[in-house]
Write a protein of this length. Sequence first.
Length: 343
Amino acid sequence: MIFAPEEGDGAPQEPVAQDTPAVVLEEIPDTVAIIRQLPVEELRRAEAAAQEEEVSPDTLAREATEEAVGALRDLWTGFLANLPKYLVAIGILVIAGVLVRLLRPALRHVLRGWERHSAAVALVGFAIWLLAFGIAISVLVGDIRALVGSLGLVGLALSWALQTPIESFTGWLMNSFQGYYRVGDRVAVGDVFGDVYRIDFLTTTVWEIGGPDRGSFVQAEQPTGRLITFPNYEVLRGSIVNLTRDFPFVWDELTVPVANRSDLRYAADVLYTVAHRILGEQMAGPVQQYEAILRKERLEISIAHEPQVFVSLDDSWTNLTIRYLVGARERRKWKSMLALAAT
């Protein structure tokens, strides 16, 4: 018979142990597959994105055209919005140009007595243009602090990129105020020798002068007809020889070889007579001018007032040298006259 638990003696019946082999059960972790549930809206958006990727070329071209038109429209709108600034900047530059054009003649008239008035006039014009450009840029930018910062960065970059032009401009400034050479002077700067033709901010142009040691096809100090341009930084890097700046005369010499068996005293007297007859009067004025320059600078140097003849010995003959003072551009002329008269 089967009794319910409450129908027995009131105590719960314990299960009867059965004879079963002992088995050790290991816990096996459950494997759970998690499946993400996507909302219907996300599925629709994914389908729409896939459809957009399959857009036809005509649609792409139309969209690109619309974007280009929109960009041009934005540029035009921005230009119209900034048009007053552009007009003000252009007006500032126009005023600067008119001011420079009006000031140049006035400054030349006021400073005409100053030797370096042309350099001062050029610097004033340069300063006006620089100030005008700065004001115009500040008007366009609208913020003076941004302008100062941008100008600082630009100046730093330009100082590295434009070292040679800046050095040439510095050479022009040095020459303008120190007066190393002027237009018309005969100068030797580095390997260049000639008459100064034009002086610009960055370069100097000269008419080339020939010479026996200058590799020119003219073997004397006379114009070759060629123009040579060199950068103004040569003024800072090398020596400058000016033959005509303060005193347009130079000492020149003519050497006449004479046999050792000749009457050297008689030959020297003949050359002195010839040189005195040709150059005696020509040397009087330049010598006085030379002495005045030396007195002004308090230099005690003895100057010969007439041509001189010097004697020097060589291996097989004796050299008689005539020393005289002539114009820097007339050396070949007087040397030819002396050579013809002495032979």
